[in-house]
Structure formats: structure tokens, C-alpha cells
Design a protein around this ligand. Structure first.
Ligand code: GLU
Length: 299
């Protein structure tokens, strides 16, 4: 059996909703199929967006649904010294950036694959000296350099090729408000926890090449990735706490409600498990169903 260490890493910006449950379910089943470990990490590095009590609410729902994680819950906000150390070892690739968001947007150089404005490289060459540095950025290779091309063999999406210089540009490691950026924190955490398999929403597919680039610079192994489709609302936007996704709320003894929530998430992933009679029965049949599903996809 191959080594398998997975994780679910929700941002506590609100309670668990149907979209985040799909990701949790896929990751949990994937870990079980591989007889691996599954960790729970609370991605609260962005302390500005953290909603008090949201992490506890997410934890309570996972427990209610019978999703047990291994070991202690990890909190990003308690790992800042690790991010500091990783950033210090990237000094030769990083530079302080003095640009404002407005200036970057106004440069109109282009929009990165994840919708953010591509950084025009102004502070790479120290063009606006005298201003206080706001953020810390990492330099990416020139567009024609072989190292700019990142190939991701995603377990769901297949091969995705990405040119960091064209589709991302130099990206932020430490934000202007002093918080560590998601891209750095996630890479450090995954390496610290020995994560071998990442299962998460396809909205993060285009962040992955940036993370793979940091893994190379930091001499970390690259996990295998599986990006599952994201649940969208009627407008076609990713279902999120920000656009009003309904929180999952299940009272303590309501097994039918818990089962119905799990069945909806499973169905979205393409698993038809409607014969499940209880939550306990759901888990018994869901694990082999995910195994079959993966086999059919790769055939
Ligand atoms: N915290 C991110 C989210 O809730 C997921 C990060 C990851 O899985 O890498 O969307």
C-alpha cells in the first residue's frame, strides 16, 4: 500500500456549506480508499477574514457526519514561525514590493488565471525607491525559461500546463497587511505535515503551479493533486460563504438529515448511494464506491 497522507483545510470564514462538504467528502473517501491518514487543518492564516466560532462550527459538523480526522487539529495561525523561516530561506528569490493594489490594477498587464491582476514587476527593479515596502514577492522565471513552465498531472483534470511568468507573474509571500499569503502557508503546512495527496476544489487548480514552484525553491516534495469540481450557484459562481451559501446545520440526533447532506454531496461527485439507510451504512458503501469511481475515471 502506498503512503497516503491527506488533509482537509477549510478557511474558517463561515460555517461548512454544501460546496466545502463536497471537497471534504472527496478527500476523506480518498484517504480511506488508500488506507491513509486524513488531517484537519484550519486555514486561518487570513486573520482578517476569520469569523470567530466558524472553525468550531466546521469541526462540529464534520463530527456529526462521522468524518473522523487523525491526530490533533492544526491551526495555521499558530504556525507563523514556520512561514517566517521558509520566507527567510527564499531571500535570494524574493523582494519587497512597494506598489499599491491600485497601481498594479492600473498597469493592465493582464489577469492571472485565478482572476488577480498580474504584477508588472515594478519593484523587481526597485523603480519606486523611498516608499515603505508593503508586501514581499517571489520572482518567477522569465516566460521563455524552461523553469517558468509547470506541468501538473492532476488526478481529476489530467495534464495542465502553466507558464508562471505569463499566467501568474511574481506573486505575494507576505501581504501588505503583514499576514502570510495563502500560497506560502499552504506549501509550508503541506510539507510540515508530510502531505502526500491533496484533494481540494478546482477553484484552486490555478494556484497549484505557484505552490509547485515554491516547493521546488524550498526543496519540498510535491504531493499528488486531485481538484474536484466546485459546486456553483444559479449565477455560475462558486458556492461560497461570501455569496450566501446555506450553512449545514444538523441537530445532534438527526441521522436522516446528516444522511441527506452526505447523499447530496456524494451525488454531486458522481456517486449514487441512495440505497444508504443510515450515516453508518453510507460510509460502508461510499468507500468502495469511490474506489470504483476512481478506477473508472483512470481507465
Ligand atoms: N483554505 C482553502 C479553502 O477553504 C483550501 C486550501 C487548500 O486546500 O489548499 O478554500
Amino acid at each position: 500500500m502506498m503512503k497516503y497522507v491527506g488533509r482537509f483545510a477549510p478557511s474558517p470564514t463561515g460555517p461548512l456549506h454544501a460546496g466545502s462538504l463536497v471537497t471534504a467528502l472527496a478527500g476523506y473517501l480518498d484517504a480511506k480508499v488508500h488506507q491513509g491518514q486524513w488531517f484537519l487543518r484550519i486555514d486561518d492564516v487570513d486573520e482578517i477574514r476569520t469569523v470567530p466560532g466558524a472553525a468550531e462550527a466546521i469541526i462540529a459538523v464534520l463530527m456529526r457526519l462521522g468524518m473522523r480526522w487523525d491526530g490533533e487539529v492544526i491551526w495555521q495561525s499558530r504556525c507563523k514561525s514556520l512561514y517566517e523561516k521558509a520566507a527567510a530561506s527564499l531571500v535570494e528569490f524574493a523582494y519587497p514590493c512597494r506598489c499599491t493594489r491600485r497601481e498594479i490594477a492600473d498597469s493592465r498587464i493582464g489577469i492571472a488565471s485565478d482572476g488577480a491582476a498580474i504584477y508588472p514587476g515594478t519593484c523587481r527593479h526597485d523603480l519606486v525607491p523611498g516608499r515603505i515596502a508593503r508586501a514581499l514577492r517571489v520572482r518567477v522565471p522569465e516566460p521563455s525559461a524552461p523553469a517558468a513552465v509547470i506541468r501538473l498531472d492532476d488526478r481529476w483534470e489530467g495534464m495542465v500546463t502553466f507558464n508562471l511568468a505569463i499566467e501568474s507573474g511574481d506573486f505575494v509571500l507576505k501581504r501588505a497587511d503583514g499576514f502570510w499569503a495563502y500560497q506560502l502557508a499552504v506549501v509550508v503546512d503541506d510539507a510540515e505535515q508530510g502531505i502526500t495527496h491533496v484533494v481540494r476544489g478546482a477553484d484552486l487548480l490555478y494556484s497549484t503551479p505557484r505552490q509547485m514552484y515554491l516547493q521546488k525553491l524550498l526543496d519540498y516534495p510535491t504531493p499528488q493533486y486531485l481538484h474536484v469540481p466546485v459546486l456553483r450557484n444559479q449565477n455560475g459562481d462558486k458556492l461560497s460563504k461570501q455569496n450566501g451559501a446555506m450553512p449545514i446545520e444538523i441537530s445532534a440526533r438527526d441521522d436522516r438529515a446528516a444522511l441527506s447532506v452526505l447523499l447530496t454531496a456524494a451525488q454531486f461527485l458522481g456517486l449514487s448511494l441512495h440505497q444508504a439507510q443510515s450515516v453508518e451504512h453510507f460510509w460502508r458503501i461510499a468507500v468502495p464506491a469511490w474506489r470504483n469511481f476512481l478506477e473508472c475515471r483512470t481507465r
